[in-house]
Design a protein around this ligand. Structure first.
Ligand code: C5P
Length: 221
């Protein structure tokens, strides 16, 4: 059995990371959450009080930051300069600023380089916005996961509620729409379906069905 490279892209809240993690577990591949990397950089920029319109400073941060992943009790953790920032990268503040950092070409250049390196070792499932188009254009399997904005907001809302975080539904929806818009319309590495990606609309699908569908696509390769 050849170890595959699986790219999963799509808009915010489409369920990419949930699905990608389970697919990776089932295939015994590593899972790489590239959104977490952009989030970690954004956190660092905010912590260091960097002006987010200052591209040169953002690129400097991207060059200096040490981002790595580790697994603890089966939980994915992300480390920024040796500190565990797994929960800190999920705040509203990071949500609202990450697309500004992610649109800077020099920042993307650094992270794309790091992401390609992470994918060279073994079977890998990587999720993000530009994996099938830019990071791993030769991926064996490319999936583009979508769902209606309403459904994506509902899922995020529920996820947060389960964690004990109360948010306003309408605000959350606006946040998601705005982030998608920025991600779709940027010049470098925009959110876009690769020509050879399989699009799966998950609006009316069970998580299990989505996972099985992706696994069966992998088995056909
Ligand atoms: O996947 P997640 O929602 O955590 O991603 C957070 C943000 O990181 C996205 O809204 C996008 O701005 C950026 N991102 C990106 N390219 C990727 C992954 C994420 O620009 N490959």
């Amino acid at each position: 059995n050849k170890e595959l490279t699986v790219a999963i892209d799509g808009p915010a809240g489409a369920g990419k990371s949930t699905v990608a993690k389970i697919v990776a577990d089932k295939l015994e591949y590593i899972y790489i959450d590239t959104g977490a990397m952009y989030r970690a950089l954004t956190l660092k920029a905010l912590q260091e009080d960097i002006d987010l319109t200052n591209k040169a400073d953002l690129v400097k941060i991207a060059q200096q930051a040490k981002i790595s992943f580790s697994k603890n009790n089966k939980q994915e953790r992300i480390l920024l300069d040796q500190q565990d920032v797994t929960s800190q990268i999920r705040t509203k503040r990071v949500n609202n600023h990450v697309s500004l950092v992610a649109k800077v070409a020099g920042v993307r250049k650094e992270l794309v380089k790091a992401q390609r390196k992470l994918a060279t070792c073994c079977g890998v499932v990587m999720d993000g916005r530009d994996i099938g188009t830019v990071v791993l254009p030769n991926a064996d399997v490319k999936i583009f996961l979508t769902a209606s904005v309403e459904e994506r907001t509902t899922r995020r809302f529920q996820q947060l509620k389960d964690k004990g975080v109360n948010v306003n539904f309408a605000e959350l929806k606006e946040e998601i729409i705005k982030r998608d818009q920025l991600d779709r319309n940027r010049e470098v590495g925009p959110l876009q379906k690769a020509d050879d990606a399989v699009e799966i609309d998950t609006t009316d699908l069970d998580k299990k069905d989505v996972i099985n569908k992706i696994i069966s696509i992998c088995q056909e390769v």
